[in-house]
Ligand binder design. Structure first.
Ligand code: URA
Length: 305
């Protein structure tokens, strides 16, 4: 991805957060400096070399004196490895569900494209859960905790998702939890430091990872899918098929013949903490419980997360 695409991806992510009610994001001074340089390089490419984020790690200076990068600070940054135009063809081997899932996991963990986007010591992530689950939750992409543990939804958003599942009267292990993308989307990093922050996957990344999600659905054969947040909904309904999450949320759609409910991402609930959004996500989950014929008590009906 070139600088322009990186900036577009960043803008998309900020827009997405805005639609979710986020009004400000913390940014480190150094990151802000790099962003300014990248924007300036886009506006005046001839005057502002270098243009790649990988080469713009110095502090912000006056436009007339573009800073030289300090080689000691430069390291691998946003998606230097390209995303192939053709998504992978995933052919599941014969065998029972577990054997097919094991083969798929091996494929994802060793896939050269997935591996090319991982920082040292980090893992690609496939879904987890009951391979006979009725309900398949689909999130966005692994975050910091997930790429360390190699399991989806184990960080703060995952803890809330687990609680939501429990309030539905289920255990985490009774559902299947996956993501639309299998590695943590890369952000700029400074040598020796961990990646800070997350960004939404690009359309190319979503397209590339979709066959891995389809293969998981083929194995699990769930009765229902729950898309968590705008990115998951875009991946499943098609990028550009709706404008704001509110246009598709709380309604039944379909993916590959399976009923699909779209709701908020748990991280939105963590950020907003508003009672009405908590109630809204719970009302979406009540619809899922009804359609899955799960028992619903009066207490559950009146519940606020
Ligand atoms: N958010 C997601 O969408 N997926 C995860 O696995 C973790 C956080």
């Amino acid at each position: 991805m070139d600088t322009r695409e990186q900036l577009l991806a960043l803008t998309d992510e900020l827009r997405r957060r805005k639609t979710e009610g986020v009004r400000s994001v913390p940014v480190m001074e150094e990151t802000l400096g790099r962003l300014r340089e990248s924007v300036r390089a886009q506006l005046a490419p001839a005057a502002a070399a270098p243009t790649a984020l990988a080469e713009t790690t110095g502090p912000f200076r006056a436009a007339t004196t573009p800073p030289r990068p300090s080689p000691a600070k430069v390291t691998k940054t946003i998606s230097l490895a390209p995303i192939p135009a053709d998504p992978p063809v995933v052919a599941l081997p014969p065998g029972d569900k577990q054997a097919r899932w094991d083969a798929l996991r091996e494929l994802v963990l060793t896939h050269p494209v997935c591996r090319a986007h991982l920082h040292p010591g980090k893992q690609a992530v496939l879904g987890v859960g009951d391979l006979d689950a009725k309900i398949f939750f689909c999130g966005e992409a692994p975050g910091a905790e997930e790429e360390i543990q190699g399991e989806p939804f184990v960080g703060p958003a995952g803890q809330l998702l687990t609680r939501m599942i429990q309030v539905m009267g289920l255990q985490r292990g009774q559902v299947y939890i996956g993501n639309i993308m299998n590695w943590r989307p890369e952000m700029p990093v400074v040598a020796g430091q961990e990646q800070v922050g997350n960004r939404a996957p690009t359309t190319e990344e979503l397209r590339f990872c979709l066959p891995f999600l389809r293969a998981q659905l083929e194995i699990v054969q769930p009765e229902l899918i729950v898309a968590l947040g705008k990115t998951a909904a875009e991946g499943l309904l098609g990028a550009g098929s709706f404008r704001a999450l509110g246009d598709v949320r709380s309604r039944w759609h379909e993916f590959g013949g399976v009923p699909l409910m779209v709701t908020y991402h748990p991280s939105y609930i963590l950020r907003s903490q508003s009672k009405s959004s908590k109630r809204q996500i719970w009302e979406d989950l009540l619809k899922v419980m009804e359609r899955a014929a799960l028992p619903i008590s009066e207490k559950q009906r009146g519940y606020f997360l």
